[in-house]
Design a protein around this ligand. Structure first.
Ligand code: ZN
Length: 171
């Protein structure tokens, strides 16, 4: 699997080499200096809609929408186990294909509206592992993934995905 974190680590190692006097172009150093961002996990993407936004005549938005070109790879935000994959999540065409990740703190992350996925239930992912691609359904105006987050326990289990994955905060 392609891993963005490994790419970043290599860049930083190269930058460290530069400090030690090894010849190096500026590209490696700038890649190292950059903080991880949404771009690190879903290249070329942006947050298109936040959790809880008001929608005319309908319930508030239950997740975060991340828009990116169809087929853009999606990397795991943290170490996680795949608990479910589905071609018709919850039998709902509006969700389409989905992968549910269980992060190591027990949080469940639904990643829906996928074009495809490359994992099976039970697979283990490290942060940065690519597991799926951004999709487009007949219900959508632009390709995006819709991400929901659930704590395993508690009365109000659904939470703002940006509280779990800070890069999902619109910034
Ligand atoms: Zn959405």
């Amino acid at each position: 699997m392609r891993r963005y974190f490994e790419f970043r680590t290599v860049s930083c190692l190269l930058a460290a080499g530069a400090i030690a006097g090894v010849a190096l172009g500026l590209a490696g150093q700038s890649a190292c200096a950059a903080e991880p961002s949404l771009e690190s996990f879903i290249p070329g993407s942006h947050v298109a809609d936040v959790y809880g936004s008001k929608r005319d005549g309908k319930r508030d938005h239950t997740g975060v929408d991340v828009a990116a070109p169809q087929g853009t790879p999606i990397a795991a935000p943290a170490d996680a186990t795949v608990v479910e994959v589905s071609d018709l999540f919850h039998g709902e065409p509006r969700y389409g294909k989905a992968v549910v990740l269980k992060l190591d703190d027990g949080t469940l992350l639904w990643v829906t509206h996928l074009d495809g996925y490359s994992v099976r239930a039970g697979d283990r992912l490290s942060a940065g592992d690519v597991f799926a691609t951004v999709g487009m359904t007949q219900f959508m105006k632009v390709p995006h993934v819709h991400i929901e987050a659930y704590r395993e326990t508690g009365v109000d289990r659904r939470v703002d995905p940006a509280a779990v994955w800070p890069f999902l905060a619109r910034g």
